[in-house]
Design a protein around this ligand. Sequence first.
Ligand SMILES: [Zn+2]
Length: 646
Amino acid sequence: MTTYITTPIYYVNAQPHLGHAYTTIVADTYARFCRLCGEDTRFQTGTDEHGDKIAEAAARENIEPKEYVDKISGMFRDSWPVLNIAYDNFIRTTDVEHIKVVQSILQKVYDKGDIYFDAYSGLYCKGCERFLTEKELVDGKCPDHQVEPQAITEKNYFFRMSKYQQQLIDHINANPEFITPERYRNEVLSFLSEPLEDLCISRPKSRLTWGIEMPFDKDFVTYVWFDALINYLTGLGYPDDEKFAKYWPVAEHVIAKDILKPHAIYWPTMLMGMEVPLYKKLHVHGYWNINDAKMSKSVGNVVRPAELVEEYGVDGFRYFALREMSFGLDASFSHDSIIDRKNSDLANDLGNLYSRSAAMLVKYCDGVVPEPVDQQPSDKELTDLAAKVVSDYKQTMGAFEFHKGLQAVWELIRFANKYIVTNEPWALAKDEAQAGRLNTVMFNLAECLRLIAMTIRPVMPETSAKMAAGLGLGENDPIVSSLSESAGWGMIPVGTKMQEIDVLFPRMDKKKEQAPAEKPKNQKKSAKKEQVAEQDDLISFEMFQKIDLRVAEIIAAEKIAKSDKLLKLTVKIPEERTIVAGIAEHYAPEDLIGRQVIVVANLKPAKLMGVPSQGMVLAAKTGEKGAQTLVLSAVSETVNPGDKVA
Ligand SMILES: [Zn+2]
């Protein structure tokens, strides 16, 4: 299998922001996922460097356009390693090879009769670099730039886009996966239900010199799209290089929805005019809103990727971006939401699983993966889930549903954490007779870590490498780097020796991380606040978050011999566990069956009257001192046992 994945080439009139970073992380993750699946993969990104906006920006800085684009293109190129983006080719539209290919294509389409010269009058917006239709204006102004467009009449070259309208409609109808998600396919089809106009593809040199000269008319340069979109071909050495023959038939483009029309309509019709087969797929994503407002320079809420990496780490940011946004829909960015994801999913779920399992492997097995000998039904539940997770993961990641792919992996992580609680390795370790069982549990945990390290590899390459190294596996060992060879259960070799274990994700404090600049100014005040907090026995939100409150369903209850107060309860949360509760004087055991109560699920296990208790049932104390009654906590509607209370 072969894959060719591209980002748009970014226009170099601004530095990279969150939107650019997201598109590029998506393409990088997909490329890494394809490589994990054993596919021959090529990933291309780059910069778009012609047009009036560039010429104007260079003039403002009093430098030549070439010097200006070298500078900004360099900023893009330099920002990608910071995000761990591993592209195979970085293309620039000022590359000599690109210019040659654009000119040869223009000549070919011109000779064929698909390009003609005609007068055009229209309303031109400089910001958009195009003519706007009356329909697009809001109160007579360009809605994106809030300026009245200029009325211009000039002669220009046009591409006969209308000629290919029906052919494009037929192609989209015959290939449901050509444009995804479906909402964008529908949007394009709806646009194509109206007659398509021909595409203006030139600018007179009197108005713009910073562009690629028309090969058949020295007084004109080509307009930005006919230059920019062709990068997807020139990056493969079109037309003669073997890379073109190999990768073009499997080309997949990733874009944000603002450039849907050029990619879904201009580009395929251009390819038809050029007699080049169409790309295979177009993947379209939504926008990031910043604290629920649209990101814009004028609002001053532009988020810089490098700053996010500095604050949250490269993997923290990559994970957040892919987990938070459902590909295709808009998503919301805030520092709080990234910290929440980092603390709950990364530090709590993944980080804890890794450090607990690794520490126990060291403590109980001398850091060597032991041989599993004593498989039990609960193990089958784990191995069945692992198989389901890997299959869901493959299917969703391949379909650009990255948030679902990660959800699947987290299902395994959360189950593995529960598996530790249910199997109590620390108890097994105390009993010689249980040595075989302990080895099995520890082997299974090591194997979970291996599968997790492999599946998070496309999204969090650094963390995956750390986990693999901790397990004593090489970063490129096929059992952590090849989904095609190593997706099955039980592949971690017995005898593998663990190496040093790092903390994967330290927890983050919201207030501290969010406003470091405010700290010195308000030091006195916050010191005072802390005092007040101490006096009032207030706890921080973080501390509260550590308490795992859940809805538990009581499935069995019995009195404990020699105790008037204690009942032994068996509850489902959703796995079964025993909790001893001091409610015998207030409830009869038979009245409790089927009740849902709220429990603290992560209380340290204790023994009460010789009965082990794993958790605490919450109840209200009511009535006069000395004559108090206990009333059990409850939820107002029946929910699933194990649901979190927060
Ligand atoms: Zn505009």
